[in-house]
Ligand binder design. Structure first.
Ligand code: C2O
Ligand code: CU
Length: 504
């Protein structure tokens, strides 16, 4: 069965699709199934979405009001000035911090020259607030405003960013921290650490860079590397030899280049909780704190049985929380872009002494590396064992000759939505037929990685290694139309996105 999006051609993610002045609803855009006599899609305006929200809503919930203004601005990266687009002129944008159960209400005004939206990455929210243009809402036009309002059901380290075009590769992102008032929290101080790869306003802009990739075709995108280098040395290149499509002039921690780093202050002996967020577009990072070991406590906001290591690998869109017991002195917190030149740096300081130099490479970077595969969810957050109702296989591919990244052979807009029914335990099996890793992200749910024993970590974004498969299990408890895509923004924009589509 082939699902065609009307006679007017394909759905453009950037454009407005309007009929008679009104915006076509997501149900109409992707509702071709009903024409063919198959089940009806549960769209963002379905009463079932309201019903799910009511079930999440806590009586007497606190409402947290935030305003955001997106606009062009100049950001100082630490001596380097970048002309870019940001929320309220800040990089990262101002952190939003709420408690589990709060209602978050955000008024966004769009001062950008393009339409925009906000996606609340990691939050199991109501579908019509998920911020995917033409799938869950009409894009917010230039000079227009929109209010997002939704219950935040789960604690954890999350973040938000636009879901239009290449906007995420500018300064448009910020942490969204959801606290749990009942959490024991075995730490004294905390720091939110946001990693990024940067080119905007320094080396062209992300739209130009994507156009360049499209002109160049796939010659740097994947096939050739495998033939030349094989799979490489997995201990040195855990993501394979081809880790990115774009070289960035700068790598940032909280908006700063290594020459002008932020400093995290603490006292010796204190326990520091690092909330690490990878907001980069095309870069995975290896993170280590000189002189310390990391104890990984959370993946994508959900608790894991703590695992110690010297360094952590974090893909685009992923978050990890790590706790360290602070030593006395000044220490480099370094994020090395996997397979690329350069680095990002912050300083952790508990005492006097010179700050570590900008090019510090602590030995921990070459030590024991923690990846998601080693993690196990704590018992409370494991999915209860049960039979699978459905399995969807997603083959991750690419087209020679053009910069096109595909799922099941199609780019977004020509994709076939993946049906799912409420209450079903569904397995998503990703089969990566390319030579690059893809951090695959599902909206509106936190799946459990299938590690064969029902104890895999809960996550919403998981790295699928080159030429390998990964399975994740989803409890279908949040009706709507949910984007499922590669969080390499260049790959996503070049097609590697589809929709997990609740039907009834
Ligand atoms: Cu953080 Cu659909 O993305
Ligand atoms: Cu990808």
């Amino acid at each position: 069965m082939r699902c065609l999006h009307g006679s007017s051609g394909q759905l453009s993610r950037r454009g407005f699709l309007t009929v008679g002045g009104g915006v076509v609803t997501a149900a109409a855009l992707s509702g071709c199934g009903s024409l063919l006599g198959s089940p009806t899609q549960i769209g963002p305006s379905s009463p079932l979405v309201d019903e799910a929200e009511r079930a999440r809503r806590v009586a007497g919930a606190r409402i947290v009001d935030v305003t955001l203004a997106a606009s062009p601005t100049t950001i100082d990266l630490g001596g380097v000035q970048a002309q870019t687009w940001a929320y309220d002129g800040l990089l990262p944008g101002r952190e939003i911090r709420v408690a589990r159960g709060d209602v978050l209400r955000v008024n966004l005004s769009n001062g950008l020259p393009q339409p925009t939206t906000i996606h609340w990455h990691g939050i199991a929210l109501r579908n019509d607030m998920d911020g995917v243009p033409d799938v869950t809402q009409p894009p917010i036009g230039p000079q227009a405003a929109f209010t997002y309002e939704f219950t935040v059901p789960d604690s954890g380290t999350h973040w938000f960013h636009p879901h239009v075009g290449m906007q995420l590769d500018r300064a448009l992102y910020a942490p969204l921290i959801v606290t749990d008032p009942t959490e024991a929290g075995d730490y004294d101080v905390e720091a939110v650490i946001v990693l990024d790869d940067w080119l905007d306003g320094v080396a062209g802009d992300p739209d130009q860079r994507l156009e360049q990739l499209r002109r160049e075709g796939m010659d740097m995108g994947g096939m050739d590397m495998g033939g030349m280098g094989g799979m490489g040395d997995p201990s040195r290149d855990p993501l394979g030899p081809d880790t990115g499509d774009v070289d960035f002039p700068h790598y940032l921690v909280n908006g700063r280049i290594p020459a002008a780093p932020i400093t995290v202050q603490g006292r010796p002996g204190q326990r520091l909780r690092l909330r690490l967020i990878n907001a980069a577009s095309d870069t995975a990072f290896r993170v280590a704190l000189g002189g310390h070991r990391l104890s990984i406590t959370h993946s994508d906001g959900f608790p894991v049985e703590p695992v110690d290591g010297d360094a952590l690998l974090i893909g685009m869109g992923e978050r990890y929380d790590a706790v360290v017991t602070l030593q006395d002195g000044a220490f480099p917190l370094v994020a090395l872009p996997e397979g690329k030149q350069g680095q990002a740096l912050a300083i952790v300081r508990t005492g006097n002494g010179d700050a570590p130099p900008a090019d510090s490479l602590p030995a921990e970077l070459g030590g024991q590396l923690v990846m998601a595969g080693r993690l196990r969810a704590v018992e409370d957050v494991r999915l209860a064992p049960r039979e699978l109702d459905r399995t969807h296989v997603l083959t991750l591919g690419m087209d020679m000759g053009g910069y096109r990244w595909t799922i099941n052979g199609e780019v977004f807009g020509q994709h076939e939505p993946l049906p799912i029914r409420r209450g079903e335990r569904t397995r998503l099996r990703f089969e990566n037929r390319t030579m690059m890793f893809h951090p695959m992200h599902l909206h509106g749910h936190t799946f459990q990685v299938n590690n064969g024993s029902g104890t895999g970590p809960r996550k919403d974004t998981s790295i699928v290694l080159p030429m390998q498969a990964l399975e994740v299990d989803v409890e279908a408890d949040n009706p709507g139309q949910w984007l499922l895509h590669c969080h390499n923004v260049y790959h996503g924009e070049a097609g590697m996105m589809t929709v997990l589509s609740y039907v009834e």
